[in-house]
Design a protein around this ligand. Structure first.
Ligand code: KG4
Ligand code: ZN
Length: 357
């Protein structure tokens, strides 16, 4: 019997298996990560090799450099993940991998490694969407968290509000009409001369500043759940350029603080309004920008005032890691979705594959 036909049977059996050990791989951007996750919630290992230092000198991720570094790192990271989990390769029930969204070359490294591994171990290959993986970062951070909930998805590539009805059923309530919020953080940081990645740098610098600029976002999306961040991004860039042309000093900490106040206000108020509109009293934040201290502070406060339970991933699971991919894969297996053939390829753009309300 051919691999895929054999895997259909194995995949089916995993639905009812008591303990499922998943080896998961993530290489969508500048982190090479391999994890071993038991039953979707217990992280036995989660090894991450970050390339931040390598890309910092270029001011951002250089795709070709990222791919090459994934290739160099992945085999050792895999061995370390197995050894730290205290398991043998033969105990692995399935191999999960991020197939998109992300950088084509970077994704291909993880996808091809996963294909080879799944084939050699004769176990099912599960194709996981990176964005949904970010949501699952909350399942490994909060063991009692279950859907339904509203998710505020804030990363370098996506900004959206989702109604998560069950582990694999989501509805898109709102999305950005232009830039992702992480992109705006990174661009503003760059123009302020801060190192890559900019989000954490703005977070730090903002603590020393005041909201003196009092930025606002465009009013045209006020009554929707959609976002626009390109306006405020351009406003900050123009302010900095004009000041430098006139030889004027600009208070960077105030600018960082004002930018952060504006975007976190927009994100938190719309997320909470979504909870109220859809009568769901659980809010979950996901994605790299979910690490932002001011965003978490605001969400915590506004949720408390509105009797909404608030969840955010522990810091190490906020940004890219493969434990979140292993968690998502478990719930896909249980719902009978995600089994991939060996012809699986990487997809740089994956739609938030859910119904739009
Ligand atoms: O989820 P992630 O690691 O990768 C994507 O899937 O895109 O998100 C990366 C983004 C970057 O834009 C980074 O600057 C931002 O998350 N980020 C933050 C913070 N930590 C990471 N943004 C604001 N505040 C932070 N503390
Ligand atoms: Zn990510």
């Amino acid at each position: 019997m051919k691999y895929y036909e054999r895997m259909k049977e194995k995949f089916e059996k995993l639905k009812d298996k008591k303990d499922v050990l998943i080896l998961s791989i993530e290489s969508s951007c500048d982190e090479t990560s391999v994890a071993v996750v038991k039953n979707g919630r217990e992280v036995l290992s989660n090894i991450i090799a970050t390339q931040i230092e390598i890309h910092r000198r270029f001011g951002g991720v250089v795709p070709e450099v990222a791919s090459r570094n994934h290739i160099t790192a992945i085999y050792n990271i895999f061995n370390e993940a197995i050894s730290q989990a205290g398991i043998t390769k033969e105990q692995i029930d399935a191999v999960a991998v991020t197939y998109g969204a992300g950088l084509m070359g970077a994704l291909l490294v993880g996808v091809n490694f996963a294909k080879g591994l799944a084939y050699s171990l004769d176990v099912p290959l599960i194709a996981v969407s990176h964005v949904y993986g970010h949501i699952s970062a909350n399942y490994i951070s909060h063991l009692s968290l279950t859907p339904p909930f509203i998710c505020l998805m804030v990363s370098g590539g996506h900004t959206a509000i989702l109604k998560v009805e069950s582990y694999n059923k989501m509805k898109l309530i709102g999305t950005t009409v232009d830039d992702a919020v992480g992109e705006a953080f990174d661009k503003v940081a760059r123009v302020l001369g801060l190192p890559y990645p900019g989000g954490p740098e703005i977070d730090k610098l903002a603590k020393e500043g005041q909201n003196t600029f009092k930025f606002t976002v465009s009013n045209s999306l006020k009554n929707t759940f959609n976002f626009s961040f390109s306006g405020i991004k351009t406003e900050v860039v123009n302010l900095v350029h004009n000041a430098s042309q006139k030889g004027k000093e600009i208070n960077k900490a105030d600018l960082a603080c004002s930018f952060q106040e504006c975007v976190t206000e927009e994100l938190s108020s719309k997320a909470v309004r979504a909870c109220k509109t859809y009568e769901i009293n659980k809010l979950v934040v996901a994605g790299g920008v979910g690490a932002n201290s001011r965003l978490k502070e605001k969400l915590g406060k506004i949720c408390q005032e509105n009797n909404i339970e608030f969840f955010s991933p522990v810091l190490k699971y906020c940004t890219d890691n493969s434990a979140m991919i292993g968690s998502m894969a478990y719930y896909m297996i249980k719902d009978g979705i995600g089994l991939a053939p060996l012809s699986l390829t990487a997809k740089p753009n994956v739609e938030l594959g859910c119904d739009k309300i």
